[in-house]
Design a protein around this ligand. Structure first.
Ligand code: NAD
Ligand code: IPM
Ligand code: MG
Length: 357
């Protein structure tokens, strides 16, 4: 029986629409092979709408988006809009309103991918980044702005409720992986209030997952080991800001930001989860068809996994691996990469005897 899913598509700004169209192309190609049907609704959100109407994410649109099974997002942010307006008013509003408390960011070094680390061994870890708290909540302000006496605060909010639910999710993910290792990354030698809440929470939840080995690193040391010994990581759990920074670094060591996918997940499934590349709108290459759509395509695979179609997700990942293995030195356009991965999905389907496309 055909399984039908409704997807809200927020292509967004810069390279967002360029990479999202390739992700949708691959989803279209894979759907028949797994008896899936996608209906998509495009949402015109981002810089264009902001300039035309002053709106970032009207509540009525948020409510419409809420009615979908999942969200596919490209990238948000544009140099023509003051920094933070779209990032906070659209992207973070979606993550917060839809309670995406698990920001899932897998990092895997695919065979054949060049890394600045030379031969770093087997890199295969996932960062579970808290998605609704920390310094992202907007608790702060500034006084005497523009004067020599300006004072600005950006308060990091960490609740026992918020920390515990993401820590428990990270433990469960570690438990389900072969190495069963969880590393808490924080800065509890300096951020003693939030840091100790995170450490105590990990210690309190650990007995529920006796098979999981627990480790702790200060965030500064974690950046060292991500470069010198990334194979040591299995599951990392960390706060919203540390997770943001660590996952750009994680992308850089596994072939670049063009390959890094993510999911903003509501594990309770009370709202649609949202899948997007880790990268941004890349204004420096927007409109030139230079963006690598692989991260967006792999975000589509994470979406399928979340919707309960892991075999389709695995087929997309295999198609990406096959494409990456064959990548030469000649640069390809965004469409050429998308087309090649879509073709690879078809070829894999044919090899397994399932009709694709
Ligand atoms: N999730 C998101 O929507 C998201 C994430 C990060 C940044 N942003 C926003 O995007 C804008 C630009 O931010 P930034 O420059 O710091 O980060 P960025 O990720 O957009 O770009 C950083 C660098 O990576 C390159 N890059 C990014 N994606 C690429 C791809 N798919 N293929 C090839 N190269 C790629 C860019 O060309 C640039 O040189 C800002 O407005 C920022 O707030 C949005
Ligand atoms: C654009 C910004 C709000 C966002 C974040 O900090 O979460 C981005 O950097 C990301 O990694 O998705
Ligand atoms: Mg980021």
């Amino acid at each position: 029986m055909t399984r039908s899913f409704s997807l809200a598509v927020v292509a967004g700004d810069g390279i967002g629409p360029e990479v999202t169209s390739q992700a949708l192309k691959v989803l279209d190609v894979i759907a028949p092979a797994h008896d899936l049907a996608f209906t998509t609704t495009d949402y015109d959100l981002g810089a264009r709408r902001y300039h035309a109407t002053g709106e970032t994410l009207p509540d009525s649109v948020l409510e419409e988006i809420r009615g979908h099974d999942a969200i596919l997002l490209g990238a948000i942010g544009d140099p023509s809009v003051p920094s933070g307006v779209l990032e906070r008013g659209l992207l973070l509003k979606l993550r917060f309103a839809l309670d995406h408390y698990v920001n899932l960011r897998p990092s895997k070094l695919f065979p054949g991918v060049a890394t600045p680390l030379g031969d770093p061994g087997d890199i295969d870890f996932v960062v579970v980044r808290e998605g609704t708290e920390g310094p992202y909540v907007g608790n702060g302000g500034a006084i005497r702005v523009g004067t020599p006496h300006e004072l600005a605060t950006e308060v990091s909010i960490n609740t026992a409720y918020g920390v515990e639910r993401v820590v428990r999710d990270a433990f469960a993910r570690a438990q389900a992986r072969p190495r069963k290792k969880l590393t808490l990354v924080h800065k509890n030698n300096v951020l003693v209030h939030a840091g100790h809440l995170w450490s105590r929470t990990v210690a309190a939840v650990a007995p529920e997952f006796p098979d999981v080995t627990v480790d702790y690193l200060h965030v500064d040391a974690a950046t060292i080991f991500l470069v010198t010994d990334p194979a040591r990581f299995d599951v990392i759990v960390t706060d919203n800001l540390f997770g943001d920074i660590l996952t750009d670094l994680a992308a850089a060591i596994t072939g670049g930001i063009g390959l890094a996918a993510s999911g903003n997940v509501n594990p309770d499934r009370t709202t649609p989860s949202m899948f997007e590349p880790v990268h941004g709108s890349a204004p420096d290459i927007a409109g030139q068809s230079k963006a690598d759509p692989t991260a967006a395509i792999l975000s589509g695979a994470l979406l399928l996994e979340h919707l309960g179609v892991p075999e389709a997700a695995a087929q997309i990942t295999a198609a990406v691996e096959a494409d990456i293995a064959g990548r030469g030195a000649v640069p390809r356009s965004t469409e050429e990469v998308g087309e090649a991965i879509a073709q690879s999905v078809t070829d894999l389907g044919a090899a397994e005897g399932v009709p694709v496309g």
